[in-house]
Ligand binder design. Structure first.
Ligand code: CUA
Length: 316
């Protein structure tokens, strides 16, 4: 059993190219060595003038042409299959950004890991928030560029339960190698349960109508935590104090930091206003030592911003 529906075709195409190359390589080397001995000057002192050889010329024209057309044919039918998304495929919005992947399901679930049911076609609708990335699942033999301003997509059916690596296959900045995640392919019933239960959790976390000015802080923190993972904050900011690309979120609230604003250093105490400003206008006041790093402005709604800030506040 293969891991995905494309494995057999892609591997067959690769095998054809590989074995054709092996046969040609061996044939050419053998001919070369044979000529070295056969036409060595001790055995063959005078060069002959050969006008041409119709049979040979036809052979080295027709055989490579057939080979190239065969490569094209197998590549083409494989490509055609990959481009034609079957009806009823489960759509998953896939977002690439510096430097993480995010997935959004039709019922509102957002994750940083791709969960898929075995035996059901999945359609990844892909977009980029910044530069070109490339979504690559080697085990499934599929890869596609994720390009800002263009909607790309690809599909697959996982055929074997398991956990598979996802890479970014397009160099997209200095933390390109951080763009790792997993595809978890699980049995259909298990997936359906996850989809239902997690979907319900997400529905519960969605911002509710405020009842008489009441804000459920615990719920906001939970939502912030989820956004921290799905909006890609985790790629650069740790929550356990360990240094990553950006300052850690642990103990950030209330901390004294030296920031650089308009080229001037200034000491501040991190408060809610600073957090909000730094998330929405990353270049305004950067913590000293991190001033040369580029942070992408992550699109957040007002409610999402509040949730993230509440989450950072909770990391003491
Ligand atoms: Cu994204 Cu490399």
């Amino acid at each position: 059993m293969e891991t995905s529906n494309f494995v057999a075709d892609v591997d067959a195409t690769f095998a054809i190219v590989f074995w054709a190359s092996v046969i040609l390589f061996v044939g050419i080397v053998v001919a070369m060595v044979y000529f070295m001995f056969r036409y060595h000057h001790t055995r063959h002192q005078d060069a002959e003038d050969i006008d041409g050889h119709l049979g040979l010329e036809l052979t080295w024209t027709i055989v490579p042409t057939i080979l190239v057309l065969a490569f094209f044919y197998f590549g083409m039918i494989g490509y055609e299959k990959m481009e034609r998304v079957p009806d009823g495929a489960m759509a998953v919005e896939t977002t690439g950004r510096m430097w993480s992947w995010a997935f959004k399901y039709e019922n509102g679930i957002e994750t940083d890991t791709l969960y898929v049911p075995v035996g059901m076609p999945v359609h990844l609708k892909m977009k980029s928030e910044d530069v070109i990335h490339s979504f690559y699942i080697p085990s499934f033999r599929i890869k596609k560029d994720v390009v800002p301003g263009i909607k790309t997509g690809m599909w697959f059916t996982a055929e074997q339960a398991g956990v598979y690596d996802v890479f970014c296959a397009e160099y997209c900045g200095d933390k390109h190698s951080y763009m790792l995640t997993k595809v978890k392919a699980v049995a259909r019933e298990q997936f359906d349960r996850w989809y239902r239960e997690t979907g319900a959790q997400f529905a519960a976390l969605a911002p509710k109508e405020k009842t008489a000015g009441q804000v459920d802080v615990a719920q906001l923190v939970e939502r912030g935590k989820m956004l921290y993972r799905t909006k890609g904050c985790l790629a650069c900011h740790s929550v356990d104090g360990s240094p990553l690309v950006g300052p850690t979120f642990k103990g950030l609230m209330g901390k004294k930091e030296v920031v650089i604003a308009n080229g001037q250093e200034r000491e501040i105490t991190v408060d809610e206003a600073y957090l909000k400003k730094s998330i929405m206008q990353p270049d305004a006041e950067k913590v000293k030592g991190f001033e040369n790093l580029i942070m992408t402005q992550v699109p957040l709604t007002e409610a999402e911003l509040n949730a993230v800030v509440e989450y950072i506040k909770s990391l003491k």
